[in-house]
Design a protein around this ligand. Structure first.
Ligand SMILES: [Zn+2]
Length: 74
């Protein structure tokens, strides 16, 4: 089941940014165990719109970005 969200402004801005960018203030870090390898990626949930981000911390530099996992597609 997919629950698509409509990203709020700060989430839309963060989407696609390098992983070095800081999370915006409505994002909360999901608890340890949310991902298999916390050194490779961190997951955040937005309290405002319910968006779930993966902050990719490992791999090729071009892949280390903020990815929105449940954004609606048009
Ligand atoms: Zn949001």
């Amino acid at each position: 089941m997919h629950l698509w969200i409509q990203p709020c402004g700060p989430c839309a801005d963060l989407y696609g940014q390098p992983a070095t960018a800081e999370p915006h203030e409505a994002l909360t870090l999901n608890g340890a165990g949310a991902v298999k390898d916390a050194r490779a990626e961190a997951h955040y949930t937005c309290l405002q719109c319910g968006g779930v981000f993966a902050r990719i911390l490992a791999g090729p530099p071009g892949r280390q970005t903020w990815m929105l996992l449940n954004a609606g597609q048009h």
